[in-house]
Design a protein around this ligand. Structure first.
Ligand code: BGC
Length: 759
């Protein structure tokens, strides 16, 4: 009898072990994961930490050219995630192998760089940041999440939150500009839009806060370069947007390529564990940037890939993106007792947790429905959100003699320029699965909106780059063909207004696209001059991914409209602004320089002991001697067809104490003839503090719609949060004393008042 019981037990145990676990049966996240992990071998656990890229779409340098059978690796449970594999069918097929043919059937997580739209392309981040409209940005992120999630993808490597202050750095286009507060507001909105209220919603995707941290501080604006960031700057400027993401519940983080103080981010335990987990309580997982673990060797911080593996895992990098370090070395390191299985378990658990929250154990194919993919992608309503974002992202920089909006008297309009009828450049870089040439060009937009096409004439004038649209060929621009000038001049001569679309090719910005020269390149200035000789009514429409030095045309152009790269519906949005159907409301999220020599340029600078004194003859001032030190157009700047005026600030009290607040109010009036939207910005200055503070820091903003002639009181509540900054001992708090409060239309045009804070 005893033998029979033992036999039954052994058979039962055998059956239990031979069956795949029923992943859906454990009803608590922790219980489910613990149960699953108990059944995993060390190799299977390591597999969860490995992310492969599809060879068809490498988004970084190839790490290994060794032929690997992906299918076999998946079957053996040696891969936990893929990047650059998308589409309902492809992800379904690969998922099926993972689920049906691997021992434990653990689903894969598919990630992709969906930065500003999957197929419906939204404005690039620098553009949408110009809208200062977090609600709309969240809407855009929701649409992006719907399309992404309908293409078999669970995870996007967005938002990119590197506070960026150097226009030479090509990735500035992916950023929200120079300000930590504005970037933090957008960070929250984007994470909320992408992830929805719960990750288990099949229309949401996991977000990834990148690049943690300081990547945009690359010295000299050279991508991947080393950084010199003080702890104060790191805490006050670089980290806040990332903290905002954690507070918004972001699922994942990406460790950056750069080093901080000589410690590359993928080895930076202080950052990845100390700040991110211990201080902020982040409970998702960290993925490396593309082979950033392997690149620890080149940084000169470890001597081989095995040491790189130890360094990265110990620092807190859970998943190795395409680096093949964890895959190759973790098993030996565990066998040798150098890395504990417990440390491995911690990372595995974090990854499984996100897979669980995405609902992948319940239904691994829930994102891979071909029917849903057909229904959801590139829908009209998605395009409408993109168009609305595009309109609000446009910044009117100049409008002499109110040349804009276009008038009924403008009987002949010449539309000229290398970008005037370009259907691809407005899609920007990191454009996921956008169809080539799928944007509405400015020329198409104007024809559509103006209707009376006899008014309009087009000439390209010159090309921006070689006609061959090749990502690599964009690097060198040696356009010398002036044969289109004559036609451009001919139509300009007869026109009442010339709309001249110039700027940059979208692949002049983006990853690895640093530049020493940020002027308008090629023949563009020459073309402008030729047109100017015959027609002074030039409206420049800029398309670009970084603040450019536009001084060559700034004085002569009557109007300048900054449109960045606006995405799928670019041309309609620009036409709406040019015709006045939409009153421009965008504000610069970044300072526009007078010269590349000013970089890095940002408004929130410190006073120094010898601050610049405008009008003073003394040479002993912090300024340039061959140019003005101020920006050409400051942070927060943007015109409207209306004019807004500000009253003095009123406060409900003069001082307040910890735990209390103070209410500030300002009357804003629309003195113009058009209804419009104003972005009221509030800055603070702590003039006497234990650490020298920036002369202005944006702390709040509000958008108000005002009809022509209308006034509204705009109110701001100030608490300690707005006045505080980071202290080495004691964290973020405000110091007692007086604070200058400045409110106005941009970082230069401000009215100010003083309040007191008692600690
Ligand atoms: C970039 C990341 C991107 C990754 C995957 C890297 O080169 O720095 O932003 O997410 O590639 O494509």
């Amino acid at each position: 009898m005893r033998n029979l019981i033992i036999l039954i037990f052994v058979v039962y145990l055998g059956l239990l072990l031979s069956c795949k676990p029923d992943h859906a049966t454990k009803n608590t996240e922790a219980g489910f994961i613990a149960d699953l992990m108990e059944q995993m071998t060390v190799e299977e656990k390591i597999g969860q930490l490995v992310q492969y890229s599809s060879k068809e779409a490498l988004t970084g340098p190839e790490v290994s050219n060794k032929a690997v059978s992906i299918v076999n690796e998946v079957k053996q449970g040696k891969v936990g995630s893929f990047i650059n594999v998308d589409g309902a069918q492809k992800t379904y097929d690969l998922q099926k192998i993972a689920v049906d043919s691997s021992r434990l059937g653990i689903p894969l997580i598919f990630g992709y760089d969906v930065l500003h739209g999957y197929k419906t392309i939204m404005p690039v981040a620098l553009a949408s940041a110009s809208s200062w409209n977090e609600k709309l940005i969240k809407e855009g992120a929701k649409v992006t999440a719907r399309e992404t999630a309908s293409s078999g993808l669970h995870w996007t490597f967005a938002p990119m939150l590197d506070v960026s202050r150097d226009a030479r750095w090509g990735r500035i286009v992916e950023s929200c500009g120079e300000d930590p507060y504005l970037t933090s507001v957008i960070a929250k909105a984007t994470v909320e839009g992408l992830q929805g209220t719960t990750l288990s919603d099949t229309f949401s995707v996991a977000a990834c806060a990148k690049h943690f941290a300081g990547y945009a501080f690359a010295e000299s604006g050279i991508d991947y370069n080393t950084t010199e960031i003080t702890e104060q700057t790191l805490r006050d400027v670089v980290l806040p947007p990332f903290k905002a993401c954690v507070d918004a519940g972001v699922a994942t983080f990406m460790s950056a390529f750069n080093d901080i103080g000589g410690i590359p981010c993928s080895k930076n335990k202080e950052l990845l564990t100390g700040v991110l987990r211990d201080e902020w309580g982040f409970d998702g997982f960290v993925v490396s940037d593309w082979n950033s673990i392997g690149e620890l060797i080149k940084h000169g911080i470890v001597s081989n890939r095995k040491e790189a593996t130890i360094a990265a895992l110990e620092a807190g990098v859970d998943m190795d993106m395409e680096g093949r370090c964890y895959k190759k070395h973790l098993k030996d390191l565990i066998a040798e007792g150098i890395i504990s299985e417990e440390a491995l378990n911690t990372s595995v658990e974090r990854i499984l947790k996100i897979k669980y929250r995405l609902g992948l154990f319940e239904d691994p194919y829930r994102y891979s429905s071909i029917q849903r993919e057909k229904n959801e992608i590139y829908k009209d309503e998605n395009l409408e959100v993109s168009e609305q974002m595009a309109r609000e992202s446009i910044v009117l920089l100049k409008n002499d003699e109110s040349i804009l909006p276009l008038k009924a008297e403008d009987k002949k309009i010449a539309v000229i320029g290398p970008l005037a009828n370009d259907k691809d450049v407005p899609l920007g870089s990191w454009r996921a699965r956008a169809e080539y040439n799928s944007a509405v060009s400015l020329w198409e937009g104007l024809q559509n909106r103006i209707g009376d096409t006899k008014k309009l004439q087009f000439a390209k004038g010159c090309s921006l780059v070689d006609e061959v649209v090749n990502y690599q060929s964009i690097l060198n621009i040696e356009e010398e063909d002036r044969s289109g000038f004559a036609e451009a001049v001919r139509i300009a001569k007869k026109a009442d207004v010339v709309i001249l679309a110039i700027g940059e090719h979208c692949y002049q910005t983006g990853e690895a696209r640093s530049q020493t020269d940020i002027t308008l390149k090629g023949l563009q200035i020459e073309l402008f001059e030729e047109i100017y000789k015959v027609n002074k009514n030039i409206v420049v429409v800029l398309m670009n991914g970084r603040p450019l030095d536009i001084t060559a045309i700034n004085d002569k152009a009557k109007a300048i409209v900054e449109t960045w790269f606006l995405g799928s519906r670019s041309g309609y949005a620009i036409a709406d602004v040019l015709t006045g159907a939409y009153n421009p409301s965008g504000r610069l999220p970044i300072s526009f320089p007078r010269h590349v020599g000013q970089q890095p340029l940002y408004y929130a600078k410190k006073n120094t002991g010898r601050p610049e004194k405008l009008g003073s003859k003394s040479i002993y001032q912090a300024n340039y001697k061959d140019n003005e030190s101020s920006p050409l157009y400051p942070f927060g700047y943007g015109l409207s067809y209306s004019k807004f005026s500000y009253s003095d600030i009123t406060a409900n009290k003069e001082s307040f104490s910890k735990g209390e607040s103070i209410q500030l109010s300002i009357k804003v009036t629309n003195d113009g003839k058009y209804d419009g939207k104003e972005t009221v910005q509030l800055y603070i200055y702590d003039p006497v503090a234990s650490v020298a503070r920036p002369v202005k820091e944006l702390k709040k903003f509000k958008q108000v719609h005002l009809r022509a002639g209308e006034s509204k009181n705009v109110e701001f509540l100030i608490t300690e949060d707005e006045l505080g900054f980071w202290h080495k001992h004691g964290g973020i708090y405000a110091e007692e004393g007086e604070f200058e409060i400045m409110i106005g239309a941009n970082s230069q045009d401000l009215v100010s008042d003083t309040i007191r804070y008692n600690n």
